[in-house]
Design a protein around this ligand. Sequence first.
Ligand code: C2E
Ligand code: MG
Ligand code: MG
Length: 602
Amino acid sequence: MDGAGSDRETTDNSAALAQEIKRHQKTIEQLELVNRVVERVSHAVVITDADNRILYVNPAYEKMSGFKLSHVMGKKPSISKSGRHGPEFYRKMWAALEKDRHWEGEIWDRHEDGTVFPKLMSIDRLVDEEGKTRNFVAMFYDLSQQKASEAEIERLQYYDALTQLPNRSLFRYRLQHEFEISRRQKTCVGVLLMNLDRFKQVNDFFGFPVGDQLLMEVAERLTAAVRRTDLVARQHHASERDPDVVSRTGGDDFAVILNNLKTPEDATLAALRMLDAISKPFALQAGSETLDDIFLQASIGISIFPDNAASVDALVRSAETALTWAKADGGGELRFFSERMNENSAARLRLESDLRRAVAEESFMLHYQPKLDLTTHRFTSMEALIRWPRGDTMVSPAEFIPLAEETNLIVPLGAWVLRRACMDAMSLGQQLGHVPGIAINLSARQFRQPGLIQAVRAALDESAIPPQKVELEITESMVMDDVESAIKTMQALRDLGVELAIDDFGTGYSSLSYLKRFPVNTLKLDRAFVCDLPHDVEDAAITESVIVLAKTLKLHVVAEGVETRDQMAFLRERHCAYVQGFLLARPKPLEAMPAIFCSGFT
Ligand code: C2E
Ligand code: MG
Ligand code: MG
């Protein structure tokens, strides 16, 4: 019984032992598993004792922090403090560990090599049954990569890849912000939109790499031209994500927020500084070649809150309208938004497209107004005045010549007038038996345009008119913009054999010393001085002086706009040589000329 009992006991004991061994084995296996995991996880693990002295760090820790286990063993984790967080940060961390036994957050620590990096860390305080601290376990991973890609995503979202300027989204966001501030503080915000003139040509001519360089340089200059608190952005219309597409579709729009403006004039100053910055020559690299004389011009549209718009959208839209007008005025200009721009836009656009078609179809006419020689009482020449029939009205040249200039349609239009007028003069000459003089008006842009000489020569050649029969009329203001180059142009025209007249004389601001240098033949006294003759004492005096001046400079003088016999009598008494005006003849089609030229005027 005993033996059997002790036998059973032995069996029981060995079974318990076997079980115990099994349990230990299992524990060991588990510990090995935990060890393997902790050794291999990508998170860094730090285990400290109750005094927060390091007992263990895993290989991921060694890799991330650069500190070896042998080096940190027995030390406090604070050996890797970055110094970026103040005592308050650590106080809060310890309070959480004390109270909740857990802390979690982003923390900047120092790498063994001294660099500082962000990590996402969680710390747990492990306690025994009595609640006494046994260990701290910290786990973390490196956030640098993630931070960098977050920053990159933000940069892509809000910044232009080519110029590094804020993009349209950030511009809108900031504008909204500035708008609210200025509404509260009752200050002004300006939106300034800038477009480069002829950027497309640079792109087309030199290629996109040069265009891109130019945009980068423009971005830098603009940023330097405004205050640090202002914002310069690049405005894309095309796909904002793809810088390639952007630079190939223009992308030469820039936008500036001018905040905290005292007066709208502050915006003018900023715009002028920007135009000035752009006007200096650009040096660009085209392959191995350096292009160091690229000149640019830009147009600027400005709109001011609260003067011009009550919302962010309206503010941007009105700046766009102003920019459109600045560009239409030939570029290189700045324009403030005005209500009139909106009203005029629609009508103007219609007029412009009609004008374009009319130029293509040459659906213009020339009327002629003869000029009377007061000594012989005979008509000696006539002035060509353009007429544009549009529907059943005649559009005044005063209305469409400026538009033709803005759109550069003046070039083909002006060439047509030159040709047509010369040929008409020749055909009238055949009927009269002698070729009459023909006066042709030039517009400002036409006068400055390099093809002018060529166009005049072509008209002379084609019609075979004697050049001295042709008189080109220019105005003082056209000449005074750039006197030296104007004199060159005038001389080149004189070299072709044609004569020159100064039209609307007296209304401009030419100084007499210049007048002496101009190679002109005729002064046409403006109608404004003639219309109140002979009663207006001042006009009478001016008229007399111009006649004397012309005589002194050996120039012909023509009085324009003569409507009454009294006016004509006054002019004749003062020895004015020629007159032109409704009294003698209104501008009429060519067919009316033979009769007028043959009958004369007495
Ligand atoms: P302008 O060269 O000074 O021409 C004289 C203008 O005064 C003409 O107006 C003519 O019809 C008008 N006029 C002539 N006599 C009298 C008068 O006794 N009383 C009054 N009240 N007016 C008179 P129009 O034809 O409307 O032309 C206006 C301006 O348009 C011209 O002024 C000229 O600067 C420009 N223009 C006309 N034709 C052409 C052209 O073919 N090319 C260019 N570039 N400009 C042109
Ligand atoms: Mg004229
Ligand atoms: Mg005139």
